[in-house]
Design a protein around this ligand. Structure first.
Ligand SMILES: [Zn+2]
Length: 479
């Protein structure tokens, strides 16, 4: 069946105009006025509503086995939450255990994700190194549509990638046309400060931000950027949360480096006062890494988005319930790290970005969808409204409003970091692969309807990068 959206205002990352949109066989087949309605077409009157590209969240962890437990939202509940919030695609993470073959872990995640309601793709983490890892990276890029690899600079004695691994893997990424991404926190400093806090008797959630102060991120961001710069590789920093990291990215961009920065809806709107909550459970519900920061960092993050220093917004959706958080009752370092947000991201960006005047509706589209599609090489198939693009759309009602709460969210956990935030302007209908997936509070998509998104490597673009690197490399002297 085809679907005709009639009477709406199309908003893309570059323009706003009145048009009807016809979706057929999963793609946008016509855009214009007076589209003749084919037989067997559902017509949806969207007068007064905005039609935007469906959101893409480039950072989620559904069903992640982590810190001795497994995240409560799996690929079913997590992607239902995504659709409820206007997000039609997620990029999740395959995280192999150290010594586990990458391909084995990748197949495991593909099995888990087969029940997805929304579209999905995977970054693959590099948690150890030998020749087989290098070989598997090549296979993942060439045969499985993976074009980005993640490196955790924190989590010592678990999944931390040390400098030797960063150098080897970034070099391999450059060779393959894949984007290296990093979680920038200095794992040695975190390890040291965690032990210091516990030794001083600071065992509650308030110890969490104290063990990961802003400089811990600033140091790692600078190091990752400088390693990538030395190799001539691009670099993407996930969940940038500090002024220090924004400064590092801006400096590198000013010096002709290709650097991308992602920011979480949570870091833009929630500050570190949450860790002082006298209720242990509520404070622990906010434990994630990097932690929420003193308020002045939010200003730097918004300015980073406005200036183009940061290009994407994500959530790091990794949901742990109160019972799981209680594993760290006597020691904050044992509290599973993670919070939810895949449902709320676009609403939070709309309220605090568009309604506050910080960004335009077109910039909103760029920051919630288009830029991610471009950086991860799925544009203009995704992140775009044009004939031939995938029909992944969100119909936004600028007049509707609601107050966010764990009582009404789709996630399986009892806390929301956005509890009590009132949003003016809501996603009302989500269209995924040309079908109504979520409509006026009702789930219409089926489990397994979400499609795996293959992301090809960047052939031409990487040519330019290598040439640019040659420009900056001294030539060998013949004697
Ligand atoms: Zn993450």
């Amino acid at each position: 069946m085809s679907l005709l959206l009639k009477g709406g205002t199309v908003v893309t990352h570059e323009e706003t105009y009145q048009a009807d949109i016809l979706c057929e066989d999963g793609v946008i087949s016509q855009i214009g006025s007076n589209i003749s309605t084919p037989a067997d077409t559902k017509v949806l009157d969207v007068t007064g509503k905005l039609i935007m590209p469906g959101g893409i969240d480039p950072h989620t962890h559904m069903q992640l086995p982590f810190m001795g437990t497994v995240a409560k939202d799996d690929f079913a509940s997590g992607t239902i939450a995504a659709l409820a919030g206007g997000t039609t695609s997620i990029i999740d993470f395959v995280i192999p255990n150290p010594q586990q073959p990458l391909l084995e872990a990748y197949q495991q995640w593909r099995e888990w994700s087969a029940k997805s309601y929304a579209n999905y793709s995977f970054h693959v983490a590099i948690t150890w190194w030998d020749d087989s890892v290098s070989q598997d990276m090549e296979t993942l890029v060439k045969d499985h549509g993976v074009n980005s690899f993640k490196h955790f600079m924190a989590y010592k004695n678990a999944i931390m990638a040390t400098d030797d691994i960063l150098v080897a893997s970034f070099s391999k990424c450059l060779e393959l046309g894949a984007v290296p991404t990093v979680h920038a926190e200095n794992g040695e400093l975190v390890y040291h400060l965690q032990h210091k806090m516990i030794a001083e008797g600071i065992t509650g959630p308030e110890g969490h931000p104290l063990s990961r102060p802003p400089l811990v991120e600033g140091e790692a961001a600078n190091r990752a950027i400088n390693i990538a710069g030395t190799l001539g590789a691009p670099i993407y920093l996930v969940h940038v949360s500090t002024a220090e990291a924004v400064d590092a990215i801006r400096y590198a961009k000013d010096h002709s480096q290709i650097v991308f920065g992602e920011v979480l809806a949570g870091h833009l709107t929630v500050d570190d006062s949450v860790y002082q909550n006298p209720d242990w459970e509520t404070a622990a519900a906010h434990v994630m890494s990097p932690p929420f920061r003193p308020k002045y960092h939010q200003d730097a993050l918004w300015k980073g988005l406005q200036a183009g220093t940061l290009q994407t917004t994500a959530t790091d959706h990794c949901a742990f319930c109160s019972e799981q958080k209680a594993m760290g009752k006597d020691n904050f370092t044992q509290i599973p790290n993670g919070t939810a947000g895949v449902e709320e991201r676009m609403m939070v960006l709309w309220e605090h970005g568009v309604n506050s005047g910080r960004i335009s509706a077109n910039e909103f589209v760029a920051l919630t969808s288009t830029n991610t599609a471009k950086i991860f090489n799925i544009y203009p198939r995704k992140g775009c409204i044009r004939v031939g693009a995938d029909a992944d759309l969100v119909v936004w009602n600028p007049e509707a409003s609601k107050t966010l709460s764990a009582a009404t969210h789709q996630s399986n956990i009892e806390h929301s970091i956005f509890e009590g935030m009132t949003i003016h302007g809501l996603p009302e209908t989500t269209i995924c692969n040309g079908k109504l997936a979520w409509h006026q509070g009702e789930l219409l998509a089926q489990s397994g309807e979400g499609k795996y998104i293959e992301r090809p490597p960047y052939a031409g673009y990487y040519d330019t990068l290598q040439k640019r690197q040659e420009l900056n490399t001294p030539k060998a002297v013949s004697r």
